[in-house]
Design a binder for this molecule. Sequence first.
Ligand code: 26W
Length: 841
Amino acid sequence: MTTADAPHPHDAAAPHPEGATHPLALAPVTPPPATVDGFVAEFLRTLNFDCGVALSASTANDRYVALAHTVRDYLMGRWLEDLRQQKETQAKSVCYLSAEYLLGRQLDNNLLASGLTEIAAEALAACGLSLDELREHEIEPGLGNGGLGRLAACFIDSLATLGVPSIGYGIRYEYGIFRQTFEDGQQVEQPDAWLTLGSPWEFPHPERAQLVSFGGRTETYDDGGVTRTRWVPAWNVSAIPCNYMVPGFENGRVNTLRLWRAKATDAFDLRIFNSGDYEEAVRAQTFAENISKVLYPEDSTPQGKELRLQQQYFFVAASIHDFLDTMLAEGYDLAKLGDRVIFQLNDTHPVIAVPELMRVLVDERGMDWDAAWAVTRRCFAYTCHTLLPEALEVWSVDLLGRLLPRHLEIIYRINEEFLAAVRARFGDDELRIRNMSIIAEFPERAVRMAYLATVAGSKVNGVAELHSQLLREKVLPDFDAFYPGKFTNVTNGVTPRRFLRLANPALSSLITEAIGEGWVTDLERLRELEPFADDAGFRASFAEVKAANKRRLNDVLHARDGMRVGDGHLVDVMVKRLHEYKRQLLKVLHVVSEYEGVISGRIPLEQLQPRTVVFGAKAAPGYAMAKRIIHLINAVGSTVNADTRLDGRLQVLFPPNYNVTLAESVIPAADLSEQISLAGKEASGTGNMKFALNGALTIGTDDGANVEIRELVGDENFFLFGMAEPEVEALSARGYRPSEFYQADAGLRRAIDLIASGSFSAGDRSVFEPIVSNLLYEDRFMVLADYASYMAAQDRVDAAYRDGDRWIRSAILNVARCGFFSSDRSIHDYIDRIWHTPPMI
Ligand code: 26W
């Protein structure tokens, strides 16, 4: 593969002249001694030699960078050894292609994985420093929007911990997910300049840049009697690989996350510059670098922006070229590529990888079409993460044809041959053909990326049992019929390293005390906790852990936003992206109903279970209704919190800028986890799993993975409410008129009327009128239909919470029975059902 033309006379990527034969090249890279003194020495060495400062003159950032470098140095030997082994064993590896990775802070995870946490804390103390103080200096890389991005981060952690030869590929956005602030209760987005103070965990390799092309045209030519096509692109950018360590948990393994950064091939056009047109001279540069400038903050409705497609092709092309480089360097026969790699497509965002691999195999490697297609179909698998039709990406053939003319040609041919096979199987059923065509004709000619992924993928999976069932029955039924055995399920999971061992050290040590520490890499071992639910002493310790986590949350919230949860309050948490299908509005109606009940005297104050409701949610900047709901939550919150008639027994907290770091403080402190989406809309959810594993009880619908959580923890340990998916279908089939529910339910009417009255907007009815009228006359996600059942479930919650022992017993059983939701188990399922790549351990 052609790397960017290096402006330097010598080949910057030239390998070592003796390669692996040089005696020193074989010497293993030995880490510094894993002792307090060894750590102190390494820390001071990096501070002095890497950061170029003396301890006495160092800044907090210097000390943080030096600490990061020190931890890197301890992991380096394993990383290099892992790379060498993967090269040597030629094992089949997994390439995880994801446009998003919501990594969270790296320091603690890398300390935990290397087993250095205690040593580091002692070593820093010996230098007069505090690990707790230094960890606060890390800016979390917010290179993702929500569920999909965080799942990718959990998955690469599990791939490393299971020792699966694998590499995560993505984009090194210069600006991650926006920082959320509130002005008068309304969301304001700030750019996320996460790289301002440098990125100590990053290893850039400009000399290994890949050249990625765009635009232009295609031309055919005769190649010794064979007509071939070549792409003649109009412009190129250089993709710089930036590598990150992905350490396995205490297994000596370190995998790689390779994020691509865009740079102009020729940074600067001297000729134009000398002609005085300075802007024009650097235009190419900014244009190119815009590609990896910023993450698109949408997590459901694609905007169809050209730059987004450029981003997708940019990282996919660089990744494919990068991986094929290693194959070709080995002289490996690409006809057997499917034995060496599986490219897992994290939703449709990287699916342009399919025509890219075809282009390389046919146009550049001279493979014939059928052979190349046979190879390609073995190399890809597709995970779908949504059920919302509007979230399924389509790219207009105009845009695709302009930006990637050769890829469009290839997609047309893939579709042609696919439809011919459909015709052969089902005859001339034009409706079916039109429904299954990768090319949509209406409203404009466009490529349906989910269809392309399904046709090309060896396997297609949903992310929870119900989701995978609905994918087969509702979203892609024709494809399920046409490809028997292609559709499967892999229920999501979360890494127990970050979301239990790191986020909840108090509960972790209580668990380890009870059942030993094998659970960190074998989460099903939590089952051994079951008998402890009947142990009053253990229940008391468990309750104390929860109380301590609430105090810890209070310290964080107080320092961060001047907020605190009420003492002895039930902590009721709803943290996830703001989307109407997730129904934050239902939670708001519960709060308003309780509030209205008290101020109207209908609910005696002493009867009100003291509760603090904690919201966390970012709205896509272009999603007006979501932003209005954020405004309503803040307005209701400030009114309720300030109303002395409530005597502080009901509080609403909405800390801004919900992210992975805040989640790590909020989740361990929660009593109640709100998973209240309309059944059939949330593909899986992963927050639901994190809460259950941290001893919170779930109030939820039978949606996504809630169904599997409820099945495992038992109905008596889960507050189920609302319609199931078939009931939702039935109601919408017979015509849903939300205002009927408003008319029929006095409590609902009072709550909605209170909002409509302007009580939360200084009497100005117009502020939240759009929300009220949407609820009464549209209510696409049936908030009103599920209101009564939800309120009844909340009453059950209040009653259950009053029986502290019963509650704690239930919480312990939730922890004990949710080991299934480890991302390690998910990865095992991917290996068994989709990848067939044996772990290297
Ligand atoms: C193009 C705009 C866009 C961007 C992101 C559309 C869709 C997405 C993601 C697929 C949305 C997402 O994050 N989906 C969530 O994925 C999680 C991991 O599988 C699931 O647990 C959530 O239920 C699902 O909403």
